[in-house]
Design a protein around this ligand. Sequence first.
Ligand code: NOJ
Length: 768
Amino acid sequence: MKSLTTALCALLGQSTIVLGQGYTNESEVPLYGLSPPSTHLGSGGSSARWTDAYARAQAIVAQATLEEKLNLTRGFAGQCVGNTGSIARLGVPALCFSDAPDGIRGNEFVSAFPAGIHVAATWDRDLMYDYGRALGDEYRGKGINVALGPVAGPLGRVVRGGRNWEGLSNDPYLAGAGMGNVVRGMQDAGVMANPKHWLLNEQEWRRNPGSLGESLSSNVDDRTLHELYVFPFMDGLKEGAVSVMCSYQRVNNSYGCQNSKMLNGILKTELGFEGFVLSDWGAQHSGVASANAGLDIVMPDAGYWGQNLTNAVNNGSVSTERATDMATRILAAWYYTKQDNGSFPSPGVYSNLQKHEPIDVQANHGALIREIGAAGTVLVKNVNNALPLKKPTFVYVVGYDAQVPASPWQNPSRYGGGYEVNFGWETLKGTLVTGGGSGSSAPAYVVSPFDAIRDRVVKDRGILRWDFESINPTPYVNADACLVFINAYASESFDRTSLTDEFSDRLVKNTAANCTNTIVVIHSTGIRTVDAWIDHPNVTAVLYAGLPGQESGHSIVDVLWGDVAPSGKLPFTIAKQESDYGHLLNGTVTFDAFPQQDFTEGLYIDYRAFDRDGDEPLYAFGHGLSYTTFEYKDLAVMSEEKTDTRPIPDPAVPVVQGGHPALWDVVAHVTCTVSNTGGVAAAEVAQLYVGIPSNDEFVTPVRQLRGFEKVRVEPGKMSTVTFPLTRRDLSVWDVKAQQWRLQAGSYKIAVGASSRDIKLEGSLEIAA
Ligand code: NOJ
């Protein structure tokens, strides 16, 4: 019966409902997936800046013909990944869109920044902003109007998901901090940010329709949708994101780019989004339905629009107001980011085969990339102070990931930007600085770990030996340390088949068999399990070095030799073994014509699931060691006055972009002190986890990240950390009221160095 229902719904562009946390009976659930063809016209009321942008946009759009307006809503072939049409007569240029979230793909004289997951591992809001700003400066310098990032969809529900590394952690609060800061940085540089993919593109398998049938449908209940998947996008919207990309797969059986509930409903009405919705490339599957559902631009060509959309407006299938709204939203975004002021460059020419004037946009971003590279490196094991390395030293460098490949064309997705879909040994060659697919970047250069280690050893008058090829490296019994470099690759368009690989595991074990101080560095697109060798007595230290970008070698040397004390924290949970992730290890692999992916776990992904089940992870979410020690003290919890538990204090106050303004009211503060009790200056990430009161109506996770602050503390010194808690941070999504709602009762407050290393506990009382 279910498959008949879902098939019918899919045909109708409608949805089925999956029950989840917070309600038990289908009659309670609003039919939010039904995708009714409603319209939500932008108003520009969110702020003075939006009002001004709308006024200017409306003045131009009022002079445009229907054809001119719709020329802005479709893609044309051009020199960018995406290009819209222009209205030359009215001074409106064609817009240029380009990947990727971590550097301009397929271009020259641009930087390859660390990937999103690496930035998340810094847990550093300032670096997140600086990252967005530097990326934005590069995009703008190349004349690219829209940077296709940052990413919070996928969030990372599926552990082996192919694109998790593009995003900013599977925790919605950490991802939200990243989304907000990166968007603000990009747009301060005058580039339009494009948070993507809205929403629930949690796996690559069957993300698109094809010979097997329709795309996968991500089926999720309303509460989980809001508390996990919508949550990080809210931060990007609040910071003024002017565009959002809708996703390939279906949401509750209606395609992401024609799902009226997701676009008109949640994004444009509930969250007050003023900008434009852009289709993912080839993600449009209808003309009238997508226009009426809230899609504003189709890429990479006319898709179902072009002349058809003009006809649809002329015959009344799509209203003139909707067509005007599309053009107004696009131009308002352009004005909002001040791209009309005449100084915005024309898109830069790039061709491999034609001699041309280079446009160099790298500035000194190498220094920032190096800093983020080191700050996002996570030390998870360090026995007897194996690290930092002392000098002079005899270092033996082992493994395929220590060096760049013989030619970049062996791995174009990593060293030139592009798509490379292959498995096995070939993908292992060369150090991993980013993942593959549209999220890959085009490094101006790559400093390999070996290059940087060599320079350091030369400086310290040490000794260096290496072996990049053998699975069983020749022993050097006199070596002080054996550094083994391995990696774990992933790419858009396929999901991972394993979190390990046998070659790398054997390489580590063989090295450790002959070297009592074996230090493993893992460049990884995400979770990489290490059960094959983590307990080996000769494996003394392990670093998750993420996807650090082009300064990889410098970043890792900074940490290995202690010029920078490690301060990165895991943005995910490392389980003892792959099977511990249960049904979330793999995506849904199905050959059905209407494939379904039911998010039956509700809110319980990653550490929320481990906490619920009482399972012990190997390395907890938020874990990361330092070269010093910290002491946490003096917990204080203070509530403010705005703790009204009604759904929203004043529903009459209009929604602004990002949601009802009251959601962002700070309703409580938590503070504590962090002292450096060791001998080295270092940064610590203090983390705040909240247990929202659980009751029959709203069952809540044991604890959820709701604050973090990174502080640098000198030895013997102390720093005070403050965590502001907003109404949203402390609320659940009330499905019946269709609002966020504070819970009356006692909130558990826990501050610690990871989700399992809680140092201080207290409570926050919120009266009914
Ligand atoms: C498809 C990807 O899903 C999207 O993230 C990217 O921006 C576009 N292709 C354009 O390359």
